[in-house]
Design a protein around this ligand. Structure first.
Ligand code: HEM
Ligand SMILES: *[C@@H]1O[C@H](CO)[C@@H](O)[C@H](O)[C@H]1NC(C)=O
Ligand SMILES: *[C@@H]1O[C@H](CO)[C@@H](O)[C@H](O)[C@H]1NC(C)=O
Length: 321
């Protein structure tokens, strides 16, 4: 009797433990596909490398896809679903429409992976590996990617509109937006270092270069030359990192210390508020930036994954099975 009741309580403790493991996403693991798809890493890497060789910016575009997927109901591949006459996805949401790119590269990766291991690897996991390989290909740090996410059968345009942070955001809005995803203000600053690569459209930074005062004036003039103050040239591009837009380094932080952040939101990180000191640290300590970025992007990859029998393994990243 006594031993059976202590067995019972042990069982209850074990179940509670399991539940807590499930809810902290410990079921994602770095070796998830090691027997079911042993060549996954090399398959993804070779497509990413050739895409970046063709166009260096593609590394930035691919990294951003992972961010925009994870921030909208978790890292579940929802961003990749195309709109149809009966389905509204996330691609036309305001932060994505005319801006996110790289879906053809994801298709290429998916078909290479399907050839090697049909029906095994999720599109959500492909985004996670692709983000890592893009950072590495552009000279940034590497990390072991946690895997085992499954793909959503749904998407939400309204959540994409609400949960992806906007370039007009203030520091406190940026902090809240990341906090909503379980990410701290320091993790927000580290992840913003993603803007050490890639490009933005004139429409995303026009107000900043014409109407803000905490901007280096020579820098503002240079940017104005290719971004008219009126509503023309909306899609004209400028590098997010004025110094090295195809190298994953800490120049992004040096720029904002020098009031050369391109987006209003970038400059907010160094505008006298609570994140000033960390920006200063990253601007002078590249290895500290690298290790904090890696820890934060791993944590971002843990946002609400579908696991177990939830979701599905899509055959085509653009549509549900
Ligand atoms: C902190 C809040 C953030 C805001 C407000 C923000 C906003 C933006 C905006 C407005 C653009 C330019 C879009 C365009 O004009 O077409 C952009 C580009 C980009 N963002 Fe962010 N972003 C944020 C965080 C992040 C994070 C966390 C990452 C990744 C770790 C990231 C990676 C990128 C990359 C790589 C690009 C360039 C993409 C390309 O060249 O195709 N961003 N972001
Ligand atoms: C997406 O962008 C295109 C081109 O700028 C525009 O015509 C269209 O109305 C936009 N769609 C939505 C849903 O905002
Ligand atoms: C700058 O601010 C003025 C005054 O508020 C406004 O009329 C103008 O449209 C703004 N220009 C840009 C490019 O945002």
């Amino acid at each position: 009797m006594a031993s059976s009741s202590s067995f019972m309580s042990l069982t209850i403790v074990a179940c509670l433990l399991l539940v807590s493991i499930c809810s902290t996403n410990a079921q994602l693991s770095t070796n998830f596909y090691s027997s079911s798809c042993p060549n996954l890493d090399s398959t993804v890497k070779s497509v990413v490398q050739s895409a970046i060789k063709k166009e260096a910016r593609m590394g930035a575009s691919l990294l951003r896809l992972f961010f925009h997927d994870c921030f909208v109901n978790g890292c579940d591949g929802s961003l990749l679903l195309d709109d149809t006459s009966t389905f509204t996805g996330e691609k036309m949401a305001k932060p994505n429409n005319g801006s996110v790119r790289g879906f053809e590269v994801i298709d290429q990766i998916k078909s290479a992976v399907e050839k090697a291991c049909p029906g095994v690897v999720s599109c959500a996991d492909i985004l996670a590996i692709t983000a890592r390989d893009s950072v590495v290909s552009l000279g940034g740090p590497t990390w072991n990617v946690k895997l085992g996410r499954r793909d959503a059968r749904t998407a939400s345009q309204s959540t994409a509109n609400n949960d992806i942070p906007q370039p007009t955001f203030s520091l406190s809005q940026l902090i809240s937006s990341f906090q909503k995803q379980g990410l701290s203000s320091s993790e927000m600053v580290a992840l913003s270092g993603g803007h050490t690569i890639g490009q933005a459209r004139c429409t995303s930074f026009r107000t900043r270069i014409y109407n803000e005062s905490n901007i280096n004036s020579a820098f503002a003039k240079t940017r104005q030359a290719n971004c008219p103050s009126t509503n023309t040239g909306d899609n004209n591009l400028a590098p997010l990192d004025v110094q090295t837009p195809t190298s994953f380094d800490n120049n992004y932080y040096k720029n904002i210390v020098n009031q050369k952040g391109l987006l209003h939101s970038d400059q907010q990180l160094f505008s006298g508020g609570s994140t000033n000191a960390l920006v200063q640290t990253y601007s002078s300590n590249p290895s500290r930036f690298s290790s904090d970025f890696v820890a934060a992007i791993i944590k971002m990859g843990d946002i609400k994954p579908l696991t177990g029998s939830n979701g599905e393994i899509r055959k085509n990243c653009r549509k549900t099975n």
